[in-house]
Write a protein that binds this ligand. Structure first.
Ligand code: PLP
Length: 463
């Protein structure tokens, strides 16, 4: 049975019963290239290196816990996505997965576009020099101030999420004497999971405007009437950590159906569609994500086929991968503090971070793997649960994994594939100081987001 890494968790996706775990891997020292970033390897003396740097040195210089981001890997994934989709499509990196000024510059240099979903993500993107026309602004409740800022900056598209917002954005654009390019986000009634999807007429969630009952068609009708808006396309986003393209097939069919209705009613062929993000990555060796060129080929074929059937010109396609770009490029490095064997159950290994630097396990029952990285070991595998140092029994980093039985306090262990939704969802729970993000490339390491300090924390507390 495959262990699902769906963010909503294996139990949600119904593929994993409680207490199930895989057998120990044949070789505990092996670093599976599926889950580790591309420049990771073991040095001659058994230590993990990234970008040629040994983790013991990195821990000494930057402390633990810390996220180490493999810049060469990040850039190569950007190029792979942009190359796979080619000049007739647009790849938008979903900034919510992890955003910093350095990342924005890399995206810019590698020719990607950027999704933001708050005024402050937008501010980060603009500050780091991303051209506004390459930014898309998302969100189900953008404030008027956020909309004004985005329109004033000249963002390339605002993704309209509700009837109220259609009017708000149009009004603000008119006030500012401009016309804002916009997409309408629709809910197509497809909820995609890792290995399966559910297709219904209605979707019970907060984003977008339902295709069902003519809601989306009515939204298009209103948007086309307003001077402040130039409606350029329809957007849909169906889930996350998706491995199976079948959900995209259904969603593309439904979106293309709407495009055909719009043509029939208004004589307008909307020139673009955005299929969202949600493409899966390997969190454990059991996961088998597709490559960007396979995804590009599948999505392009699906859209082309549906448009041919409807007699429509094939629209320009956008995609919005977040996790699939940044997720695999970073690992979190921890130091082992305490080790508690529970007879007949498992061994609890406590690290110096936890749910404050990776909430996904507690929040979604997400799956991760873990390795001893400061040395190799010939000891037998032991079943462990890697837990944090927070005052909360659900503070789990890796629910079930195997580490060598000679694991000791002071050893460094690392959790791979933590580039997405870990630092970006980090918290100050228990007044934890959020860890730094260190970019590593060609034998040099550079802090791109520094570690929080006690002073940072106390500065917000005005007494
Ligand atoms: C979250 C989100 C994404 C990115 O999702 P990933 O799973 O990180 O690829 C893309 N588009 C929209 C609209 C989103 O909400």
């Amino acid at each position: 049975m495959s262990r699902s890494a769906h963010p909503a968790g294996p139990r949600h996706a119904d593929v994993l019963t409680e207490g199930h775990y895989s057998a120990p891997p044949a070789d505990l020292n092996r670093l599976d290239p599926k889950v580790w970033s591309r420049t990771v390897e073991r040095s001659g003396d058994g230590e993990l290196t990234v970008g040629g740097l040994e983790v013991s040195r990195l821990a000494e210089e930057f402390g633990t816990p810390a996220y180490f981001l493999d810049e060469a890997d990040f850039r190569s994934r950007c190029r792979a996505w942009a190359g796979a989709f080619g000049p007739d499509a647009d790849v938008f990196y979903a900034g919510k997965a992890f955003l910093s000024r350095a990342v924005v510059r890399w995206l810019h240099e590698e020719g990607l576009n950027l999704d933001v979903c708050s005024g402050t993500e937008l501010a980060t993107a603009l500050d780091a020099g991303m051209p506004a026309e390459r930014i898309a602004f998302h969100g189900n409740n953008k404030s008027e101030a956020e909309i004004r800022r985005a329109v004033e900056a000249g963002v390339g598209r605002i993704v309209l999420d509700s009837f109220q917002e259609i009017v708000r954005v149009a009004h603000i654009a008119r006030e500012l004497g401009t016309v804002q390019k916009a997409f309408i986000r629709v809910t197509v009634g497809v909820e995609a999971h890792t290995h399966e999807f559910i297709a219904t007429a209605h979707e019970d969630q907060k984003f977008g405007i339902a295709l069902a009952d003519g809601q989306a068609a009515e939204a298009v009708r209103r948007a086309l009437k307003l001077d402040g808006l130039e409606l350029i396309g329809i957007h849909s986003h169906i889930g996350s950590q998706i491995f199976d393209m079948a959900g995209f097939e259904v969603s593309a069919r439904r979106v293309v159906q709407l495009l055909a209705e719009v043509r029939d009613e208004h004589g307008v062929e909307l020139p673009e569609i955005d299929l969202g993000g949600g493409l899966g990555i390997a969190y454990t060796s059991d996961d088998d994500p597709a490559e960007p060129h396979e995804i590009a080929k599948a999505l392009t074929e699906i859209v082309t086929r549906e448009c041919d059937a409807a007699g429509l010109r094939v629209p320009r396609i956008s995609v919005e991968p977040g996790r699939a770009i940044v997720g695999p490029t970073a690992f979190t490095l921890y130091e082992v503090g305490t080790i508690k064997p529970l007879e007949g159950l498992r061994t609890y290994v406590s690290v110096d971070g936890g749910m404050s630097d990776n909430i996904r396990t507690a929040l979604y029952d997400a799956e991760y793997s873990v390795s001893l990285v400061s040395r190799t070991s010939a000891a037998e595998p032991m079943l462990v649960r890697v837990v944090g140092k927070h005052c909360e029994s659900g503070d789990i980093v890796v629910r079930d994994a195997f580490l060598p039985a000679d694991l000791a306090p002071g050893d460094l262990i690392a959790v791979p594939a933590t580039g997405a939704y870990c630092r970006s969802m980090a918290s100050n729970y228990n007044h934890a100081l959020r860890p730094p993000v260190v970019a590593v490339r060609d034998g040099s390491a550079r802090v791109i987001v520094r570690r929080e300090t006690e002073e940072d924390l106390l500065r917000l507390d005005v007494g």
